[in-house]
Design a protein around this ligand. Sequence first.
Ligand code: AMP
Length: 122
Amino acid sequence: MGATNDTIFGKIIRGEIPSKKVYEDDDVLAFHDIAPVADVHFLIIPKKFIPTLADATPEDSALLGKMLALAPVLAKEQGLTDGFRTAINTGRLGRQDVYHLHIHVFGNRPGRPPLNVMLGRD
Ligand code: AMP
C-alpha cells in the first residue's frame, strides 16, 4: 500500500472506519456504497493504493482484471440477477470524489424498473 493513502477508502481498508463488507481477499475489498443510487450499490477497490484509473500501470493489469471479473460474481450474490451497471469515475472532469480507484457496481433487483441514471449524482 502507498504511504499516503489518507482517503476515506484507505481508512476503510485499514479498519479505521467501518464499512458494510461485501467481499475481501488479500488484494481486493468490496463494500456497500454509503449513498446508494439503486437497490444495490457497492464498490470494488484494490488494497493497493492507486488514486485513479489514469494512475494504473501495466503491472496493475492482473489486479484490474481481477476486480472487473469479480463484479458479476458479487452482483449475482447481491441479487442483481437481471443486469447491473459498472462505472469508474476518473479525475476531476470524470466527477471522481474519492481518490482511491474504485469500480461502482449498481443495479435494481429483478422486477424493479431499469436504471435511468449513470450514477445519480447529476
Ligand atoms: P466517486 O464519485 O466515483 O469518487 O464515488 C465515491 C463514492 O464513495 C460515492 O458513491 C460515495 O457515496 C461513496 N462513499 C463515500 N464515503 C463512503 C463510505 N464511508 N463508505 C461507503 N461509501 C462511501
